[in-house]
Design a protein around this ligand. Structure first.
Ligand SMILES: [Zn+2]
Length: 120
């Protein structure tokens, strides 16, 4: 949601209702995961293997997580974990989007609170 310009046209009541809706539609926070899924196809090092002729093994799925500038962590995922991990990563982004939208609404509410009453 591209925020503040559109929000300025809404009533304070409408802003509060939108904020309430965003909070209610938060995905379960305990089912969130920050990171990315990466798909890799690997060679095993055996020169007689088909992977040495281009038919690599895989896909192998990794979760990678950035911890800071140049620092990442993560690990291999089992195939049966992929759906769950995709869901958790999606939830993480949705929680972030909702928090961002709530913050934008709250900035607008703060702005109104320090303006004259005509804007309320
Ligand atoms: Zn191989």
């Amino acid at each position: 949601m591209k925020a503040s310009s559109g929000l300025k046209r809404l009533s304070t009541l409408a802003l509060r209702q939108r904020r309430e809706g965003l909070a209610k539609r938060l995905p379960p926070v305990e089912e969130t995961l920050r990171g990315s899924l990466v798909e890799r196809y690997l060679t095993c090092g055996n020169p007689a293997c088909k992977c040495a002729r281009g038919q690599r093994h895989g896909p192998v799925w990794y979760l990678t997580v950035t911890l800071g500038p140049g620092r990442t962590t993560g690990g291999i995922l089992a195939a049966e974990q992929l759906d769950q991990v995709r869901g958790w990563i999606g939830n993480y982004h949705q929680v972030k989007e909702h928090l961002e939208a709530i913050s934008t609404i709250n900035r607008e509410l703060l702005r109104r609170a320090r303006r004259p009453a005509r804007n309320r």
